[in-house]
Design a protein around this ligand. Structure first.
Ligand code: ZN
Length: 222
């Protein structure tokens, strides 16, 4: 894949930043695409832009904030809602689920990629993600890949380097790519909008720090 280009769906968080550097290793040229979707913490877009510049990839940010107006009850986009630690028993998904988010992101990314003459799309979704968001599952990605090819009579390939690995293994991948420190200190995963190690108590911070502790412990044992 070394003479081809890839487009990475890039939020500036741990997962997509790992994917950005994964793509840099596997593709000759990498573009990154970020989205303003009405998220509470727009700092993540600024962080994405500066990380992309630092990584030496072309970056673009697209305003798709209509997504947050389509549905209610999401704590990542509705400032009146607190971010809950866990989903309650009567909820199918946690309040951090943004319906359609990856469907829109990847569809828009595919149109953009087509415009740029790019066939490879990269996204940091993971089926092992604790939340079990339906649009992070492998079956959804494969289905959308077929749909995008039919929709534009093209041959896209959606790459999901993190699909079958957990957070500990994602940290390991970052380390192997030589960017563990950069990802640890500069990315923003925290639901409360604090970069690096974050607030420490939201679900995203807990997942991230548990994975990091496990990985650092395993590295020491070697
Ligand atoms: Zn946090």
């Amino acid at each position: 894949m070394n003479n081809t280009s890839a487009l990475v769906v890039f939020s500036g968080g741990q997962d997509s930043t790992t994917c950005l550097f994964w793509a840099k290793k596997h593709f000759a040229k990498v573009h990154a695409l970020s989205f303003l979707y009405g998220q509470k913490h727009q700092l993540e877009v600024e962080i994405a832009g500066s990380l992309a510049r630092e990584a030496g990839v072309e970056w673009e940010c697209m305003d798709v904030s209509f997504i947050s107006r389509l549905s209610t009850g999401c704590s990542l986009t509705d400032t009146s809602l607190p971010i809950e630690e866990q989903k309650s028993d009567d909820q199918a998904y946690p309040t951090t689920f943004v319906p359609g988010r990856n469907l829109f992101f990847l569809s828009i990314a595919a149109v953009k990629a087509r415009e740029l003459g790019i066939h490879h799309l990269v996204t940091g979704v993971s089926q092992t993600d604790f939340s079990g968001y339906p649009d992070c599952r492998d079956s959804f990605i494969k289905s959308l890949n077929v749909t995008l090819n039919l929709a534009m009579d093209d041959q896209f390939v959606i790459h999901t380097p993190l699909m079958w690995i957990d957070k500990k293994q994602t940290w390991q991948m970052a380390d192997e790519l030589g960017v563990l420190d950069l990802i640890r200190h500069r990315t923003l995963t925290c639901y409360n909008g604090i970069p690096g190690d974050g607030c420490g108590h939201c679900p995203a911070c807990r997942l991230r720090s548990e994975g990091l502790s496990q990985y650092l412990a395993s590295r020491q044992e070697q």
